[in-house]
Design a protein around this ligand. Structure first.
Ligand code: ATP
Length: 511
């Protein structure tokens, strides 16, 4: 699986999806640029999310808040004091790790061991295999399950108590080694604040410290009153936002999974106190349906309920996706109570409440948050789409099986040869269709090679213009996934393709 992941990373670079930032200077750790195809795919993901929120919900509106915010925002939100990760260093390799991540990986190892036993037995027993009974009776499974549960309980308690010494002790007791040096020569565990600081103001005396936002959510909270009043919004209602966020991540590995500059799509849904858990459950389902409408298979997603609830949260879950390096968080769904709005009321001295015309009372709304990283979503789409295929004629191809609505280019148009007016005819087709979806013209190399290049960027349709086209205005339309070719009239191209490549077609599937 590691190999597949490496191939995906190099594919992203080779085909203009993702480049290391400032590549000519050998890159900058955990910062990436999106290339000509990447930006299109990313924009399509954002559009899919935005429309699913703002178009499909009458009571959700969007905003676009600034990245710089008044510094008190981050005092109020708790980020200045508590937006920390527990870090630990290995003295031999001099590498730094997140202590919680080392322990989570250890938990995953127990899960893997158990799964291996189950897979082995399932193979042996065939149809008569009863997984529940096997889990309850097999000695090796029981032993590993018991070890896992004990570790899990100890880990949750250490996190909840903020007990850094205990986190270190767990790492020692579990005999976790540094993957680089292979030793257990660990330092103490320390807290590390993830916010980037900078200064505004031109003179040293007049300058004040501000932060690059580590999440977009606070831009929504501080605008709650503005939007509620000017939009005459009635509870329950939501505010959605897409924007950059910055975190000085300690361990920045796994490509665009963990970046220092990334993009979030967040929606805060304001509800009447007491109804929040019902809404939490509704948003869990709605968000899962959004993911599954992409057709990547329900088995590749799961909910992961949080062990450590932030002190202000009363429920939290992650949607995890099966990446080549295991099930990983792509989205968080949190019931944040009235914590943020109350804190901003306290620190700003403004009354931040909702007057409920039905009950004639004023109260601070509770909030359900859905928060997804654009880049992680991009990575999950790439990981699922990347396919190496053996063809019946003995050749092989790499094809990105992207959902057509997300593909950077929807239609490639090729003249069979560069002469006899074929290029002009091909350009004519593009001229007409480019208003409806993204088209690309290609005349270099033989048709087979052009198909491969389009497969590699996930282009769902290619058409070839040949001599017959000049006579009867038909072209060969080739499907990326089935590779089937059929003759169709140029006049029909739009109606055949447009609906399939539109975001609307995805949105309909969520319903
Ligand atoms: P993790 O535990 O992986 O650090 P988190 O729980 O801190 O993530 P949240 O604060 O809930 O993440 O942020 C919401 C979403 O933002 C995440 O589900 C993820 O998709 C995205 N995200 C968070 N941090 C990063 C990052 N450093 N790089 C890319 N995406 C990120």
């Amino acid at each position: 699986m590691e190999d597949v992941f490496k191939k995906i990373v190099s594919h992203c670079k080779e085909y203009g999806f993702v480049f290391p930032s400032s590549d000519i200077y050998d890159g900058l750790g955990a910062v990436y640029d999106y290339g000509q195809n990447g930006v299109e795919l990313k924009n399509n993901i954002k559009q899919y999310w935005w429309q699913s929120m703002v178009l499909l919900h009458e009571n959700i509106v969007g905003i676009d808040a600034a990245i710089f915010m008044h510094p008190t925002t981050w005092k109020a939100s708790g980020h200045v004091d508590a937006f920390n990760d527990p870090l630990i260093d290995n003295r031999d390799s001099k590498k730094r790790y997140r202590a919680d991540v080392l322990i989570e990986d250890q938990l995953a190892k127990y899960d893997e061991k158990i799964q291996k036993e189950i897979d082995k037995a399932a193979k042996r027993f065939g149809d008569s295999f009863d997984e529940a009974q096997f889990r309850a009776t097999n000695a090796r499974v029981l032993e590993n399950q018991q070890k896992r549960d004990a570790l899990h309980e100890r880990f949750s308690k250490a996190l909840n108590d903020n007990n850094l010494e205990e986190l270190r002790q767990i790492i020692l007791d579990e005999e976790i080694v540094c993957p680089i040096s292979g030793t257990r020569n660990w330092t103490e565990v320390r807290q590390f604040n993830l916010m980037f600081k900078t200064e505004v103001g031109s003179t040293a005396e007049g300058a004040s410290t501000i932060y690059l936002r580590p999440e977009t959510a606070q831009g929504i909270f501080v605008n709650y009153l503005n939007v509620q009043k000017t939009g005459r919004m009635k509870l329950p209602f939501g505010i959605a936002q897409i924007g950059k966020a910055f975190r000085n991540e300690i361990v920045a590995r796994q490509f665009i999974f963990r970046m220092r500059e990334f993009e979030q799509m967040e929606m805060q849904f304001f509800v009447k106190p007491g109804t929040e858990l019902e809404w939490f459950s509704k948003w869990k389902q709605t968000r899962m349906a959004w993911h599954q409408a992409l057709g990547f298979g329900a088995e590749n997603y799961r909910f992961h309920d949080h062990d450590k609830l932030a002190h202000y949260a009363n429920a939290a879950t992650d949607i995890e996706f099966h990446m080549p390096f295991g099930f990983k968080e792509v989205e968080g769904i949190h019931s944040r109570t009235n914590f943020d709005l109350s804190q901003h009321a306290k620190y700003s001295g403004k009354k931040i409440e909702y007057f409920d015309p039905e009950t004639n009372e004023s109260y601070t709304p509770f909030v359900i948050e859905t928060s997804i990283g654009v880049d992680r979503m991009f990575l999950s789409v790439m990981c699922h789409a990347y396919t190496e295929e053996q063809l019946p004629n003995g050749e092989s191809r790499v094809v990105l099986r992207l959902p057509a609505a997300l593909a950077p280019v929807k239609l490639a148009v090729f003249p069979l040869t560069k002469k006899d007016g074929l290029p002009e005819k091909a350009q004519e087709i593009i001229k007409d269709l480019r208003f409806h979806f993204n088209c690309k013209y290609e005349e270099k190399d033989q048709i087979g090679k052009r198909y491969r290049r389009m497969d590699a960027i996930g282009c769902p349709y290619c058409v070839t213009v040949d001599q017959q086209t000049l006579e009867d205005n038909t072209v060969t339309l080739r499907d990326r996934d089935t590779m089937e070719q059929r003759r169709v009239a140029i006049a029909d191209l739009r109606s055949i393709i447009e609906d399939k490549v539109s975001i609307t077609s995805l949105l309909r599937r969520i319903e």
